[in-house]
Write a protein that binds this ligand. Sequence first.
Ligand code: PHE
Length: 341
Amino acid sequence: MASLQEQIQTYEVEIKAFSPADATDLENFRIRFLGTKGIVKQLSGEMKSVPPELRKEAGQLLNAFKQLAEEKFESFKEQYQSGQSKGPAVDITLPGTPLPIGTRHPLRIVENEMVSIFEKLGFSVATGPEIEDDWHNFTSLNMPDHHPARDMQDTFYVSQNPDWVLRTHTSSVQARILETQPLPVRVICPGRVYRNETISARAHCFFHQCEGLYVDKNVSFADLKQTLYYFVTEMFGADTKVRFRPSYFPFTEPSAEMDISCTVCGGKGCNLCKHTGWVEILGCGMVHPNMLRNFGIDPDVYTGFAFGMGVERITQIKFQVNDLRLYSQNDVRFLRQFQAL
Ligand code: PHE
């Protein structure tokens, strides 16, 4: 008969390799090694036949063996036994824990929609810095030093550098595009702009614009009108009417402002349209020859149009938000109300 030590060694290999497939397997393992007639008990019985001088060593071996079997059993016990008595640890029939999902900001919803409308017409998105230098925000846009049009907007200057401003309009991106991109260009430039205004329901020190620029050979005012008309019908519906009023911007000539028929009252007169039936939504015009020359473009070869609109304004019309401050107060009761249209 194999010595106690040899038997223990063989069983140890078996125990170490053991991995139950289910609760019955584990229970069989318990009975085989740790049961009242199990191997541990049986080997303890054999201690009697071990010569007294080797008993101490044999006892230690046997104890270690017993511990090994118990640890193995314990390591699976939780998995199988608790499973048996308490049912599955996870009730897979329960509804999942809801994840709080945010909503898009209304300005972002509208900006995304604007971009996707112009993308259909072949415009691509361009962006530029919010801290801008004088050249890109003013001078290159046909507004040299002391040009009265600089006072059309109240500018924030950056104290560290007298040449820097917080851009007052996204037209600065037009300048950057003409400076860097080969012609023809057809871009839409959404972004945040800053003006030194007292914050009220109707004015804010920062807001968002979306600028458009198209420069190529033979671009005409008719192209501008058709592009903007397409935008309006996509954004506000096919029944919406547009009208253009002559206006002035230093970087466009001729310049215009565009109104749409009031989408709230349909033209009958309401607060939004101040009882005129029309709502102003953007400024536009043909890119001024001086501006093209500033970027080395020959105005006798190339022409272009540009337009710029306020994202808050379009959002206000779409969602009838009557206080500009709501957009930046981060009140979730306000923010949760908007769905992509
Ligand atoms: N930059 C003008 C503004 O902020 C809007 C505009 C853009 C007008 C492009 C004409 C062409 O008011």
